[in-house]
Design a binder for this molecule. Sequence first.
Ligand SMILES: *Cc1c(COP(=O)(O)O)cnc(C)c1O
Length: 458
Amino acid sequence: MKLPFAEPYKIKMVETIRKSTKVQRQNWIEQAKFNLFNLRSEQVYIDLLTDSGTGAMSDLQWSAMMTGDESYAGASSYYNLKNAIKEITGFDYFLPTHQGRAAENVLFSVLVKEGDIVPGNSHFDTTKGHIEFRKARAIDCTIDQASDTSVFHPFKGNCDIDKLGKVLRSHPVDKISCIILTVTNNSSGGQPVSMGNIRETSVLAAKYGVKLIIDSARFAENAWFIQQREKGYSGKSIREIALEMFSYADGMTMSSKKDAIVNMGGFIGFRDEELFRKAAPFNIMFEGYLTYGGMSGRDMNALAQGLYEGTEAEYLGSRVGQVAYLGTRLKEYEIPVLEPFGGHAIFIDALKFFPQISREEFPAQTLAVEIYLEGGIRSVEIGTLLADRDPSTRQNRYPALELVRLTIPRRVFTNNHMDYTAAAIRNVFERRNDIHKGLKILKEVPIMRHFTVELERV
Ligand SMILES: *Cc1c(COP(=O)(O)O)cnc(C)c1O
């Protein structure tokens, strides 16, 4: 019998989480204006809002924090991180930032100007936010299969090379800021991008003289899927695969709160010194001096260690395996979930779950609220609320998919928590036909409204 992937760690410290009653949750969600971001964490039993910054650090990461060097310039922690980044990504130059969006802000200050376009596979919401804030446009060239939840495609995060080619051909080169490949493709369901696709994208980028940037938050999970699914990679290590992925890019932005398993941190990696030199002053203005940016020395130490731990096959097997475990439970209960399962989350297709609720009434947000009421589980809407309004027409944008994301923090929950979650969602599924109405907006802001939106029941 083939031995399964088990967690390559044991638990040394635990944190208490508490259940609540349905009556309490009814009150809390009303006070939160039906926005799960407004809940206090004590009002949540199992928090699957995000896998960002919610991972459990290891004993080695905690001990690395104790030896952090807090010198303003030239700290040893900076060099520890520099070495780790070079070893894991191959990039010679880097700038530390406080998180991924800060990396975007600094890099886009150099690359993106008004009237530009930024093609790629589905851009993450903060990425799109930073692009649109600069009056430029993100163009989504993800393959069409990504928007069909029942099609099996091993690399549903891929960029459609024909679509990308058309975009590149039909715009002057000086209007194209860069191409951004997001690995794994978060907005299309944590779906991986194949090595072949990264390579083809880089060939196209080079042909048009456009830079290729990898949005790398989940690069290690992406490498895991390449190892598992792509021909020619089963014998390669995760680190070899990651190095090859990055070898096709001119730079990377990193939210270290994901695959580097720290609670805060990010960086930009650069292939050539010139772009690094141009970005450096923006890092100093927005983040901090070049050798700490947005991070303390101790944080850089923990991040350096996290980059190594996050790229171990045994860990990735148990992590991605836990996500698939939850997906399999939900499938057994016939709940419509996105397949193949993503690397960091399971996505429920709310249009199939609640076909009776119109899209104007935010079916995915309605489902997220019901799941909270049922079991005290916090998930997140990836649908019309998140998609925001069109910047020019101010109409709601209806994305192809209306999803609820159950995001699994790294090294935090056990499979018993997954069983509990699946049971709660099954209970909602069994009473789905009693729910006819969704939600409507009371208050919203013009950009990234989902974080602060206030809603009420229709
Ligand atoms: C989280 C994330 C970001 C932004 O990073 P933060 O650390 O949250 O600022 C950018 N891109 C992707 C794909 C992400 O998942």
